[in-house]
Design a protein around this ligand. Structure first.
Ligand code: GAR
Length: 192
């Protein structure tokens, strides 16, 4: 199985997936890493591991994922032989034509127990809501904002004294366990 990973930031989830590939616990390879952020550390991490990378040109839009850019992304993933796409901290909403190019084959990780706290900075939303538990979710992408069938979730406690940064760090640790496992489950469903 050939994975394509899309991210916008640090790429720690991409690293967790890569570690799973490297230790043999994830029977797949990362064929291509794409980022809409030329400065994203995810690109550097991938390059250090010898994985092909490219920048997605979003035509100067700050948060929109223009249709043309989605077409180019789909074409780049297809050209790399990708058969499962993983969004790992990718901060733009995926719609057709990317969804249509990979039906039921795009996964996303979100730093909350969906359907709670969709959208940006879910860890901050959890602190502000005063909940005692939050977590992370891996789900199939369906074109909504952090919607789509859930594959796997892990609960994370919110501890007294947590601030957004300490909570996000704890959620990220859970993400790094959850994403490789959810990919394993998705691959098993595809008969791989
Ligand atoms: C992760 O917490 C991920 O769940 C979140 O961005 C962070 C990326 O970290 N994604 C979202 O909020 C998407 N709605 P990473 O670049 O180190 O993997």
């Amino acid at each position: 199985m050939r994975l394509g990973i899309l991210g916008s930031g640090s790429g720690s989830n991409m690293q967790a997936i890569l570690d799973g590939v490297a230790d043999g616990s994830l029977k797949a390879e990362i064929a291509l890493v794409l980022s809409d952020n030329p400065q994203g550390y995810i690109l550097e991490r991938a390059q250090k591991a010898g994985i092909p990378t490219a920048v997605i040109d979003c035509r100067g839009f700050k948060s929109k994922f223009p249709e043309e850019s989605q077409q180019e992304t789909a074409a780049a993933l297809k050209a790399a032989g990708v058969n499962l796409v993983c969004l790992a901290g990718f901060m733009r909403l995926v719609k057709a034509p990317l969804l249509e190019a990979f039906p039921d084959r795009i996964l996303n990780i979100h730093p909350a127990l969906l359907p709670a706290f969709p959208g940006l900075q879910a860890w901050r939303q959890a602190i502000e809501a005063g909940v005692t538990e939050t977590g992370c979710t891996v789900h199939y992408v369906d074109g909504g904002m952090d919607t789509g069938p859930v594959i796997l979730q892990e609960t994370v406690p919110v501890l007294p004294g947590d601030d957004p940064d300490t909570l996000h760090a704890r959620i990220l640790e859970a993400e790094h366990r959850t994403y490789p496992e959810a990919i394993r489950m998705a691959l098993a469903r595809l008969g791989r």
